[in-house]
Design a binder for this molecule. Structure first.
Ligand code: HEM
Ligand code: HEM
Length: 233
């Protein structure tokens, strides 16, 4: 895995926390202030849809990101961090499933077809791969746990595949923001209005969040100077 000369993970994990919090606030302001609020049951079906971006972003992407960086951001023993890593990923999957359920319910209650978009195909693929990754991770590294040599061989694949699925989730969210904003603009929403800026800006924050999570994962905990680089005094 690439080692970034002079870049250690710890400061980047703070960037991830801040961007995650900013993304969470922005999506809540959008769905509650601009889109009328959130509801599991409502006459106005749009309120059910609004659960979808909120759960996907805060539940799946922000909490999933925290799960990935937990090895780098938290103190404590490896075993405790492993437990936190697997629990946070489980929470992310469950909240992601609730978010996808909300999108299906909105479609079904409103008589709209399901699974017609690239966003929905990649989205369903992403959460399925994420669940497979979780099961493999659990069986290999937690219970019953594979033999030491297999764990060692499996770990780089676990990291690589985990980051791939996370990047897919970030990409899916980008498609989702684009799709929803295009629907709204086709329905008359001002192209350069404050809501359009808010949605585009939220999507940008999500890209930076994804980047900071991925770089935190590939950056070393300590500066190991693996490239033999020495700063000029
Ligand atoms: C990783 C995060 C996400 C995943 C896995 C995901 C997944 C899905 C899935 C599977 C559907 C299909 C529901 C159906 O066919 O009934 C859907 C619909 C939808 N999602 Fe997302 N979504 C994500 C994030 C977002 C975000 C952040 C938005 C922003 C508003 C969004 C906007 C939409 C819209 C507008 C639809 C309805 C139109 C369509 O089916 O494409 N999604 N999403
Ligand atoms: C969808 C769920 C999961 C994803 C996306 C994922 C992703 C990742 C990523 C990206 C890393 C690298 C972190 C870093 O180097 O800073 C990692 C490390 C690790 N994960 Fe997972 N993981 C998932 C589930 C699990 C589960 C269920 C377990 C079971 C215990 C697990 C065990 C581990 C272990 C042992 C490491 C190695 C930490 C180290 O030694 O540096 N993961 N995971």
């Amino acid at each position: 895995m690439a080692r970034l000369v002079g870049v250690t993970a710890a400061p980047l994990t703070y960037v991830s926390h801040v961007l995650g919090a900013v993304a969470a606030v922005l999506v809540l302001v959008w769905c509650i202030h601009f889109r009328g609020g959130l509801a599991f049951e409502a006459v106005n079906k749009n309120l059910i849809f609004n659960l979808h971006p909120v759960f996907m972003l805060i539940g799946f992407i922000v909490i999933g990101g925290e799960a990935i960086i937990s090895y780098k951001s938290l103190p404590g023993s490896k075993d405790v961090r492993k437990l936190i890593h697997l629990i946070l990923h489980a929470i992310a999957i469950v909240l992601g499933i609730v978010g996808i359920w909300a999108a299906f319910k909105f479609h079904n209650d409103s008589g709209i077809a399901n699974l017609y978009s690239l966003h929905s195909w990649i989205g369903l693929g992403t959460i399925s791969l994420y669940a497979i990754q979780w099961i493999f991770g659990f069986v290999t590294f937690f219970y019953p746990g594979a033999a030491n040599s297999l764990r060692r061989d499996a770990l780089p694949w676990h990291v690589l595949f985990g980051l791939f699925v996370y990047v897919l989730a970030v990409g899916t969210a980008q498609l989702g923001f684009l799709e929803k904003l295009t629907f709204l603009q086709n329905g008359g929403l001002a192209k350069y209005g404050s809501e359009a800026f808010l949605v585009n800006f939220t999507a940008l924050v999500v890209i930076f969040l994804g980047a900071s999570v991925v770089i935190s994962a590939v950056a070393p905990t300590k500066n190991e100077e693996t490239h033999g680089y020495h700063p000029i005094a």
